[in-house]
Design a protein around this ligand. Sequence first.
Ligand code: PXL
Length: 280
Amino acid sequence: MNSVKNQKRIVSLQDISCLGQCSLTVALPILSAMGHETVILPSAVLSTHTGNWKGFTFRDLTDDIPGILDHWDSYDIKFDGIYTGYIGNAAQFDMALRMKETMLNEGAPLIIDPAMADYGKLYTGFDGEFVKKMAAYSANADYLLPNITEAAFITGMEYKERLTYDTEYIGKLVGAMLEMGAKNVVLTGVEYKEGEIGVCVCDRETGTMQYYFGEKLPTSVHGTGDIFASVFTGALIRGYDVLESASKAAKFVRLTIENTPSTHVYGANFEGILSKVNDI
Ligand code: PXL
């Protein structure tokens, strides 16, 4: 079953947090607005994300996934990219790898956002066992998009707070992930000095670290990692290179934070500026 001529087809494996402006409720509108046919593979359904609420529901959809993949296979469905985010059950890593092995068009990338931690801590529900499995899965990434906390967990290196590290620490973190097998690393939330936040991009072939820095805004909001990964994926699959894609994603994240009132804590108002996503 072919996609529309010149349109790319991306599949995204991550949860549906029904309320919360994250994961699939972010990836689907952003990738669609960037012109891509967006196929969703929900890893779980939660009433909200796990960041701001207590008592959320969680329905694990692991058992549904093999049947969904079999059905797609029966139509020989192929993808121009796989983008995985929050995965609530480590059994799904092998399912994502099955897609990589059998459902990707020639040269198409597996983009992994190892969404599991931030600000030095794992999200509710994850433990050391899960981290090990996420680390092993991350080694398969063509593009691996961790924040600094996730990078520290994946590599087993010490986590350092913003402004307390230098280029050597960031170089070691990134180098360790490339060594583990990731082909490109896009490390988010790099803060060397007050007032600036950026992304570090590095590939295994050249080992050259490249940066994009922008103004650090005084507020932070949940879900911006998912916005970053979605715009990055959308831009990369449109043919922009890795640094351009990361820069566009970081710029769009900054716009969404600017567009979110400080009274709204659980997600960023990306919807209000979604029409600008192709102009950045
Ligand atoms: O934004 C990442 C994310 C995605 N999905 C769920 C989450 C989180 C972060 O907390 O809880 C369910």
